[in-house]
Design a protein around this ligand. Structure first.
Ligand code: C2E
Ligand code: MG
Ligand code: MG
Length: 669
C-alpha cells in the first residue's frame, strides 16, 4: 500500500481517520482539523482504549499490511498459534495460513477495496505443527480518502467445535460396531456418483457438518469440486455426467448368520461382523473411498445386519465386478476365529454393473438386492450378476399387477383376432378375441404375462368386461360389412369373472350396447372354471345359454376332461387343446408301422374318439394349435368341425379378419 509504514496503524481518535506518522491533528492526509487540545486528549484516550482492547481481547486480532505481512498481532492470536505476539510482527501470513485459490482471490479483492469484509473458516498452522480451525473475519481499513490501507483480522479458535462436529458427523456416518461407513454415507456416496444434483462433501460428511476450510458466508461461489463430484460433473457447470461412466455394486450377505447368532450368541455374532468388516475393508477399500483412487474409488459399507456393500466408482465393466465378487467370496471363505472357535462362513453376493446414465441409485440398489436374493435362491455361497431378463420378469410381475387398472383406463389394451376355420370348406366361421397389452415400456405383452396377474388381483373383472365390449363392437362391424358370413366372436371368460361379477348382466349390457345378436357371441371357459361345486357358474352358464350365446370349453383335455359331466351343462363347443394336435405328423413313410409314429396314431385315435363322442353328445369340436397342412388334413379326416392355428392365420388386427371374410376362404384346408 503506498505510503504505509510502521506508524500507519494509528487512527484519528476523533474521527477514526488514519493519521500516518505525524502525530498531528492538522495532518494534511487527514484533512480535518479538530483543534489541537481536544485532539491530543482524545487521541491519547482513544489510543490507550484501542491498545487495551487490542491487547486484552479474548479474540485473536492482527493488523495486516498490503504486503501480506503482520503489522501487529495481539497475544490472543499469538497464543492461538503457539507464538509470542512481538515475534509475529512482519511475519508473512502464508506462514500461518495456506494460500488457497478462492479465498486468496477474495482477499485480494478486499485489499484492492472491492469489498469491505470477508468471513472465512481457515486452518491455521500452529507452531507445533497441528491444525487450528478458526473463523476469521477480515475488515478493510481505508484512509481518509477512502483508499485501502491495511486489514484487521479477527480470529476465533473453533477447533473444539469443529472436532466435536467432526465427531458427530463421523458417528452419523459410520456404523458403531464395525466402524465401516454406514447406510447413510453409502447412499451419500452413491448419490454423488450420479451427477451434479447430488454433490457430495469432500470429506464424505453431510454438507451441514462439513463447512470446509474455505467455507464462509462471503463466498458467493460454490466450493471447488474434488473427487467424485468432479468426476460426476467434471466441468462443474451442472452438465450431466460423462455418458460412458460406469458404476458397480457388490451387495453381500453372510449365509446363515442368524443361526450363528442363535447358537453362539449375539456377542459372537457381533465379533464375527467386526472380523468380516475388517477383512472387507483391508481387502477391498482400495482408493480413498471418495472416488479419487486409481481405477475409481471404492467404498466398503455396512448396510445393516449382516449386509455389506462394495461400491465401485468408475468401474471398468462387469468383469471387474464379478472378479471382485469372486474375490470377496474367496476372502471370506478363510475361517474366522470368533468366540474361541473357528467359524467357517460363506457369503452370497449380488452384482450389478452398468452405465450411470442408464440407471438411478434406487434402481441400482433394488437390482443388487434382487440379485443377492437370486444368489441365495440358487444355493448360496456364490455371486450372481444381474440379469435384465430375469429382473424384468420379476419386476414386471409386481409392477404389472399394480399397473393393470390404470393401464386399462389409459387404453393400453388392444384385442387381436384369430380366425376359426371350418375344416370342411376352409371358410371362416368366426374369430377368437385375444387381448394384448401395449405396454409403453415393455412393448406388447401376451396375455400369459398378465392374465394370471389380473386374475389374482381381480383386475380381470374390468379388463374382461372391456374385452367383451370391444369384441362385440368388432363383431357387429363384421356383421354390418359381411352379413352373409355371420362371423361370430369368441371371447375368453376368466373363472373370476364368473364367480366375482355379474357376468350375465355384463354380457347382456355388452350386447345391448353394441347391437351384436347373441348368436354371434361365443364365450370360452376352461373346465376348471365350471367344475367343482355347482351353483353359481352353472346358473350363470345356463342364463347365458338361454340368451342364445354359445358356450365353449377351452383347452379341453388339459384338465378333468369329464365329457359326461360337461354334457349335462349348457355347453355347445369343445376346444381341443393344442397339445393333442402336436402329435399329428405325417404318417410313416411307405405306410410301414414305426414305433416313432405310435404316439401319433394314439393321439389321432383319441382325438377321433373324442370328436365322435362330442358329436354324439351334440357338441361341435374346434381344434387349437394347427401349425401345418398335414395336421389340418388329418384333423379334417377325424371329423373335427373347426380349427384354429398359425397354419391358417396368426392372431392379428380385426382388419385381417375382414380381409379374409372379403376373400371368402382363409386357405384350403
Ligand atoms: P387360448 O384361449 O387357448 O388361446 C389360444 C392361444 O394359442 C393364443 O395365445 C394363441 O395365440 C395361441 N395359438 C394360436 N394358434 C397357435 C398355433 O398354431 N400354435 C401355437 N403354439 N399357439 C397358437 P395367446 O393369445 O397368447 O393367449 C393365451 C391365453 O390367454 C389364451 O389361451 C387365453 O386363455 C388367455 N386369454 C387371451 N385373451 C384373453 C381374454 O381376453 N380374457 C381372458 N380371460 N383370457 C384371455
Ligand atoms: Mg381361448
Ligand atoms: Mg385355448
Amino acid at each position: 500500500m503506498p505510503g504505509r509504514n510502521e506508524g500507519a496503524d494509528r487512527l484519528c481518535p476523533v474521527c477514526s481517520a488514519p493519521l500516518g506518522l505525524r502525530d498531528s491533528g492538522s495532518d494534511p492526509d487527514h484533512g480535518t482539523d479538530h483543534g489541537p487540545d481536544a485532539l491530543v486528549d482524545a487521541l491519547q484516550a482513544s489510543e490507550s482504549r484501542f491498545r487495551a482492547a487490542f491487547a486484552d481481547a479474548g479474540i485473536g486480532m492482527a493488523l495486516i499490511g498490503s504486503d501480506d505481512r503482520i503489522i501487529e498481532a495481539n497475544p490472543a492470536f499469538a497464543a492461538m498459534i503457539g507464538h509470542e505476539a512481538p515475534n509475529l510482527v512482519r511475519t508473512h501470513i502464508h506462514e500461518i495460513i495456506d494460500p488457497e485459490d478462492t479465498p486468496r482471490r477474495l482477499y485480494l479483492e478486499l485489499v484492492r477495496g472491492e469489498r469491505d469484509r470477508l468471513r472465512v473458516e481457515k486452518q491455521l498452522k500452529h507452531r507445533e505443527g497441528r491444525v487450528v480451525w478458526s473463523n476469521v473475519t477480515i475488515s478493510l481499513i481505508r484512509d481518509g480518502a477512502g483508499q485501502p490501507m491495511y486489514t484487521l483480522a479477527m480470529v476465533e479458535d473453533v477447533t473444539e467445535q469443529r472436532l466435536l462436529g467432526d465427531q458427530l458427523a463421523y458417528q452419523a456416518m459410520h456404523d458403531p460396531l464395525t466402524r465401516l461407513p454406514n447406510r447413510t454415507l453409502f447412499f451419500e456416496r452413491l448419490n454423488a456418483e450420479f451427477g451434479p444434483g447430488a454433490e457430495p462433501s469432500s470429506s464424505g460428511l453431510p454438507r451441514s457438518l462439513d463447512r470446509g476450510p474455505d467455507g464462509g458466508d462471503d463466498f458467493a461461489e460454490p466450493r471447488p469440486r474434488t473427487g467424485a463430484a468432479e468426476a460426476a460433473d467434471p466441468t462443474g457447470d451442472g452438465e450431466p455426467a460423462d455418458p460412458g461412466r460406469r458404476v458397480g455394486l457388490c451387495y453381500l450377505d453372510l449365509d446363515g448368520f442368524a443361526a450363528i447368532n442363535e447358537t453362539l450368541g449375539h456377542h459372537a455374532g457381533d465379533e464375527l461382523l467386526v472380523a468380516v468388516a475388517a477383512r472387507l475393508e483391508h481387502g477391498f477399500a482400495r482408493g480413498d473411498g471418495q472416488g479419487n483412487g486409481p481405477g475409481g474409488g471404492r467404498l466398503v459399507a455396512r448396510l445393516g445386519g449382516d449386509e455389506f456393500a462394495v461400491l465401485v466408482c468408475d468401474s471398468a465393466g462387469s468383469e471387474q465386478l464379478t472378479a471382485l465378487a469372486a474375490d470377496l467370496i474367496k476372502l471370506l471363505a478363510e475361517p474366522f476365529h470368533v468366540a474361541g472357535q473357528q467359524l467357517a462362513v460363506t457369503a452370497s453376493v449380488g452384482v450389478v454393473e452398468r452405465r450411470i446414465v442408464e440407471t438411478t441409485p434406487t434402481d441400482l440398489l433394488k437390482d443388487a438386492d434382487a440379485t443377492l436374493y437370486w444368489s441365495k435362491a440358487d444355493g448360496r455361497a456364490r455371486w450372481t450378476l444381474y440379469d435384465p431378463d430375469r429382473g424384468a420378469h420379476q419386476l414386471t410381475r409386481q409392477r404389472l399387477a399394480t399397473a393393470l387398472r390404470p393401464a386399462l383406463e389409459r387404453g393400453e389394451f388392444t384385442v387381436e383376432y384369430q380366425p376359426l376355420v371350418g375344416l370342411a370348406d376352409g371358410t371362416v366361421h368366426g374369430a377368437e378375441a385375444l387381448v394384448r397389452w401395449r405396454h409403453p415400456r415393455y412393448g406388447t405383452l401376451s396375455p400369459d404375462r398378465f392374465i394370471p396377474l389380473a386374475e389374482e388381483s381381480g383386475a380381470i373383472v374390468p379388463l374382461g368386461k372391456w374385452v367383451l365390449e370391444e369384441s362385440c363392437r368388432q363383431a357387429k362391424r363384421w356383421l354390418l360389412e359381411f352379413p352373409e358370413a355371420e362371423a361370430f366372436v369368441s371371447v375368453n371368460l376368466a373363472a373370476r369373472q364368473i364367480w366375482d361379477s355379474d357376468v350375465v348382466a355384463d354380457v347382456a349390457q355388452a350386447l345391448k350396447l353394441t347391437g351384436l345378436p347373441a348368436r354371434l357371441l361365443q364365450l370360452e371357459i376352461t373346465e376348471s372354471a365350471v367344475l367343482g361345486p355347482g351353483g353359481r357358474p352353472v346358473q350363470a352358464l345356463q342364463a347365458l345359454a338361454d340368451m342364445g350365446i354359445r358356450i365353449a370349453i377351452d383347452d379341453f383335455g388339459t384338465g378333468y376332461s369329464n365329457l359326461a359331466y360337461l354334457s349335462r351343462l349348457p355347453v355347445h363347443v369343445l376346444k381341443l387343446d393344442g397339445s393333442f394336435i402336436e402329435g399329428f405328423r405325417d404318417p410313416a413313410p411307405g405306410g410301414r408301422p414305426d414305433s416313432r409314429f405310435r404316439r401319433t396314431d394314439a393321439d389321432e385315435q383319441i382325438v377321433g374318439a373324442m370328436v365322435q363322442l362330442a358329436h354324439a353328445l351334440g357338441l361341435t369340436v374346434t381344434a387349437e394349435g394347427i401349425e401345418n397342412a398335414s395336421q389340418a388334413e388329418r384333423l379334417r379326416l377325424t371329423g373335427c368341425d373347426t380349427a384354429q392355428g398359425w397354419y391358417f392365420a396368426r392372431p392379428g388386427e380385426a382388419e385381417r379378419i375382414a380381409a379374409i371374410l372379403r376373400e371368402g376362404r382363409v386357405r384350403s384346408a
